[in-house]
Ligand binder design. Sequence first.
Ligand SMILES: [Fe+2]
Ligand SMILES: [Fe+2]
Length: 133
Amino acid sequence: MFMKISDVQLVSNAVMNMLHEEELELMNNFYDAVVAKDMLKIDELFAVVLYDIEDHFVIEEEMMEESKFYAMQMHKSEHDTMRQKIKKLHDEWKVHKEPEPIQSFLEEEFKHWITLHIARWDSETAMHLGDSM
Ligand SMILES: [Fe+2]
Ligand SMILES: [Fe+2]
């Protein structure tokens, strides 16, 4: 297993916790397909991953906007950096069909990024939002 839900911090907003739980479940399935070098499954799940990450980020950004979160731009710029990395990885995958760079990205970057991002930005945003949204 790539990540357990207990690897990431719970935040004080139920919607965000649900988004995180769903994303980790999907990333575990994606990771399994990558390690198994199952090309068809990687193709299929990569599309779902792109959709899911966008959905996760957009929902958080909309909540920040509605509640006028003071550090929205800093939080959003972390999302934008990850959006670019995932897009670049997907572009490379479409051309080369190599699972290894995806595996390295997940193990060496994504895992740490999502853990830190939730602990730093999502938890602070969630405290600002509370459970009101
Ligand atoms: Fe999040
Ligand atoms: Fe976030």
